[in-house]
Design a protein around this ligand. Structure first.
Ligand SMILES: NC(=O)c1ccc[n+]([C@@H]2O[C@H](COP(=O)([O-])OP(=O)(O)OC[C@H]3O[C@@H](n4cnc5c(N)ncnc54)[C@H](OP(=O)(O)O)[C@@H]3O)[C@@H](O)[C@H]2O)c1
Length: 334
């Protein structure tokens, strides 16, 4: 099995569980920051993999065709607002197609995002791809194009494509940068210590019953590793998510765990919240692109994922009641 993107936020969570599941895994890693691939993997505490130096944009053809039965492809740029949109497309679309055409594995597992559903309401099905949706940002559209291009190349080359769409995954990236929800929760907890804010309100613009799409980091590695080779997942797209808590429940759990009772979800009558306080403006900035998804009542169907996970004996994470409080506690202590 070949794993790309092992040093990334998602790939590094998948690498260990793939090895633990008994796969012989080769990780394609590039040299960076004066460190060679092996040193980078060691620094991340990733052991038990064969490390192969490689760069995907331009030189995928140096990889040996037919050498890998399964390719788990997590070397994708998931930024919503990339600095260089053409570079994002080269990696997500062109390099993915190049990998399929060059390596021709039996199966390619593409790590994507539920955000390809775009800006719409109702329920997004796992089988849906381009339904004429509008997008919040360029990153969503690029990832949708990558999924479509992978499926088309898979069909041409006889490669089975499995798409795994994830929700928000918490935790640090390779440089130690935190995800948006952890940054937000950390800021709220820090401000809760300031007596000036003991009676402050902190409004988050959202939709109280709207779902919040989360793929807990502690679960995602094992879930991806297990379905990567499962027969039920063959040729399918799976929404690998926890049954979503409502935005109201999520932010109530943050208010409780961070001890900031004035935190609550408020639906603005129109557009953005009017007259945000300085604290609210900082908190909204910490939420980053997550803010674009609050206020949305788009739900993600998980029928195919449930079937595939049940085949491999993995339960969906529990983010209700105490499960949600534990998850938010984890965001606080990262
Ligand atoms: N993070 C999340 O919360 C989240 C949520 C939902 C879905 N996803 C999806 O998961 C996928 C991976 O995202 P991520 O957050 O793990 O991204 P990431 O942290 O930016 O990691 C990207 C990985 O790709 C590698 N890479 C980038 N360009 C490369 C190239 N030219 N050649 C070889 N390797 C290259 C990077 O290697 P270097 O370390 O060498 O740069 C890194 O290992 C994306 O499709 C994203 O949409 C992520």
């Amino acid at each position: 099995m070949l794993l790309t993107g092992a040093t990334g936020r998602i790939g590094r969570r998948i690498a260990g569980p793939l090895v633990a599941a008994g796969h012989h895994v080769t990780a394609l890693v590039r040299s960076r920051g004066g460190l060679d691939p092996a040193a980078r993997m060691e620094r991340l505490g990733l052991a038990g993999l064969t490390v192969l130096e490689g760069e995907l944009t331009g030189r995928a053809r140096s990889l040996q065709p037919g050498a890998w039965e399964t390719l788990v492809h997590a070397a994708l740029d998931g930024h919503s607002y990339p600095r260089d949109a053409r570079a994002q497309r080269r990696l997500n679309v062109d390099a993915t197609v190049d990998l399929i055409e060059t390596l021709r594995p039996r199966r390619l597992v593409l790590l994507s995002t539920v955000r390809v559903a775009g800006a719409r309401r109702g329920r997004a099905l796992e089988s849906e791809l381009d339904v004429g949706q509008a997008f919040h940002n360029a990153g969503e559209e690029c990832m949708l194009e990558a999924e479509g291009a992978a499926r088309a190349a898979g069909k041409r080359c006889g490669v089975e494509i499995v798409v795994l769409r994830l929700g928000h995954v918490e935790g640090p990236d390779a440089e130690g940068g935190l995800d948006a929800l952890s940054t937000f929760v950390g800021l709220v907890a820090a401000e809760a210590w300031n007596p000036r804010h003991w009676k402050s309100q902190l409004r988050v613009p959202g939709l109280k019953p709207g779902p919040i799409a989360l793929s807990p980091a502690a679960w995602i590695g094992a879930a991806v590793a297990a379905v990567a080779t499962s027969t039920t997942a063959a040729g399918r797209c799976l929404h690998l998510l926890a049954p979503p808590p409502s935005q109201e429940a999520f932010f109530a759990a943050v208010a409780e765990r961070a001890e900031f009772p004035g935190l609550r979800v408020q639906t603005p009558r129109r557009g953005a919240l009017r007259n945000p306080t300085r604290l609210e403006a900082r908190a909204h900035a910490a939420l980053g692109t997550q803010l674009e998804y609050l206020g949305s009542d788009l739900d993600f169907d998980r029928t195919e994922a449930a079937a595939a996970l049940s085949e491999v004996g993995i339960e969906a994470p529990d983010l209700g009641g105490t499960g949600l409080r534990r998850y938010v506690g984890g965001l606080l202590h990262l």
